[in-house]
Design a protein around this ligand. Structure first.
Ligand code: 5RP
Length: 271
């Protein structure tokens, strides 16, 4: 059984009402550089912060772009060392000490694992070591089942394997992708799963449907980035997603809410 501090940090990220979480992922720059609409991270994050249950990001963006008075729990990315300019994105190491994570008051630390990739071994050993360090100070570890540039890897057999491997190495929380047969991924993963959104989808409805299907099949929330802040109405999108994740709204109900919010909010300039 996890120690009180670790359990408390995990609980702070989950809504007591639904038991789920709406995390906002803004960590993309650590390997993608200034991603579209995240060029000015501070400006992107500020209006979204009040609507997020947790914020997933690197220490550089946390220190430079988030007010220290913020009470939103932080999921601190602690892996890195590769960029999209190289073919192999799996060549990552742990780049942040647990001491710095604690100094930054992180509610969890997060790292990518690259199952089946050239640096699979390193990423799994790094995960185990991170769990050892986290357990010592009561900081939970979220494993991210990264696929690098091979987005086609995101099927049920691969994701079930990758999530289970993450849990077996000690992860307290897993971030993965939604896929057909997602309930089988959940069934084989005895810790909470949150789902990423991936590259921007064609419509608002598609984003809400993805979130709805994931929650219905057992996800404990979402950790989305591009489908929120690359939207022309990011706050409205986040409110729609909250309705799905926390209030059992259908995708159609959430879309009505989102469209109502859109009508009230100014549209972002095209980027
Ligand atoms: C980058 C990440 C992202 O945080 C994750 O992919 C979620 O963002 P998006 O919804 O844009 O995919 O882990 O490595």
């Amino acid at each position: 059984m996890a120690d009180w501090g670790l359990s408390n940090r995990l609980a702070r990220m989950m809504s007591p009402h639904s038991g789920n979480t709406v995390m906002l992922a803004v960590d993309h720059g650590y390997f993608m550089g200034p991603t579209r609409r995240l060029e000015n991270a501070r400006a992107t994050i500020a209006p979204l912060l009040p609507h997020a249950d947790a914020l997933a990001l690197t220490r550089g963006i946390l220190r430079s772009s988030v007010p220290s008075g913020s009470t939103v729990p932080i999921v601190l990315r602690v892996s890195g060392g590769a960029t999209i300019l190289k073919e192999d994105l799996s060549d990552e190491a742990i780049t942040v000490s647990m001491r710095d994570a604690v100094r930054l008051n992180a509610s969890a630390v997060a790292m990518s694992i690259f199952v089946g990739a050239p640096h699979e071994h390193d990423s799994l050993v790094n995960l185990s070591k991170l769990v050892n360090d986290g357990e010592e100070v009561g900081v939970p570890v979220m494993a991210i089942t990264a696929v690098g540039k091979e987005l086609e890897k995101r099927d049920q057999r691969y994701l079930a394997l990758a999530c289970r491997v993450a849990v077996e190495h000690g992860a307290h929380l897993v971030k993965t992708y939604y896929c057909d047969g997602f309930e089988k991924v959940v069934e084989a993963c005895p810790v909470p799963i949150v789902v990423a959104g991936g590259p921007k989808l064609d419509s608002d409805r598609a984003v809400l449907e993805l979130a709805h299907a994931a929650i219905k099949q057992g996800a404990h929330g979402i950790d989305m980035g591009r489908n929120v802040w690359q939207s022309d109405h990011p706050v409205a999108m986040l409110k729609g997603l909250r309705a799905v994740v926390h209030d059992k709204a259908t995708a159609a109900e959430a879309l009505d809410l989102l469209n109502g919010e859109k009508a009230r909010a100014p549209t972002l300039a095209p980027a």
